[in-house]
Each structure stands twice: as C-alpha cells, then as structure tokens.
Design a protein around this ligand. Structure first.
Ligand code: TYC
Length: 126
C-alpha cells in the first residue's frame, strides 16, 4: 500500500536557502526555526470482512453460484466456503475496503432476493 507523502506544506529546508547541509535530514528542525516537519502518515483505509450466514432454506448450489459470481472463487473454493458456512453458521467471503465490501453485500442481498432465497450477508470490521 502506498500513500501520498507529504511535502505539500511548502516546507523550507536548509538546502533551499543555499545553506550548508548540517546533516539534519528533512524532519529535523534547522537553526532558523522554520517548520520543516513532514505531515504525519495518512492512515490506510480500514478493511472489512464480508460474512455469509447460514440458513435452512437457501440451496447449497445457489450459495456456490454467489461465491463464484461476486467473490471470483472457483468451484473448489466456493464449495469449501459454502460447506464451512453450512456447518459452522458463518464464514468469510473476502476482506475489502469499506465501499467495496458494502457493494458486495448489496449485490449478494439483491441477487438472493431476486431469486427468493433468504440468504444473508453482512460486514464486520477486520
Ligand atoms: N444450510 C443450507 C442448506 O442446507 C445451505 C447454505 C449454506 C445456506 C450456506 C446458506 O450461507 C449458506 N440448504
């Protein structure tokens, strides 16, 4: 993950003034007392798990279709995750930034509703 770094606040460094380079580096102050600190690290976007919940009515085949269609799983992965959810009650479909996770939950819920299955899908902070 890369983040934009940070010399946006027009900091003045010793080297910009034709001064010596007293070995300070860009984050140490200099003798003129000019602010030379770079901005604190931007936070990386937080991640969210997309969870699939078990129920008694949604066909196993439908859950496999969902996992293949919306989470790019192959038949083997999708079957393994579906069986895990069937046996344990809940399972992780994937981990994504918030907006992508939310979109996937909505896509799954819409697709289940269109097909009249009670399948439930939700988000949880990773
Ligand atoms: N328990 C369902 C059945 O026996 C299958 C199922 C698996 C449903 C996973 C939902 O998220 C689910 N038909």
């Amino acid at each position: 993950m890369h983040s934009k770094l940070a010399m946006t606040d027009l900091t003045i460094r010793a080297s910009d003034e034709g001064d010596d380079d007293s070995g300070g580096g860009k984050d140490s102050g200099d003798q003129l007392g000019v602010a030379t600190k770079t901005r604190a690290k931007p936070k990386k976007p937080s991640q969210f798990k997309v969870l699939m919940l078990n129920d008694d009515y949604t066909p196993m085949e439908f859950v496999v279709i969902v996992l293949k269609r919306f989470f790019q799983m192959d038949m083997e992965q999708a079957t393994r995750v579906m069986l895990h959810v069937h046996q344990r009650g809940v399972g992780v479909c994937g981990i994504f930034p918030y907006e992508i996770a939310e979109t996937k939950v909505n896509q799954v819920m819409d697709f289940a509703k269109q097909n009249q299955h009670p399948l439930q899908c939700t988000l949880e902070k990773a």
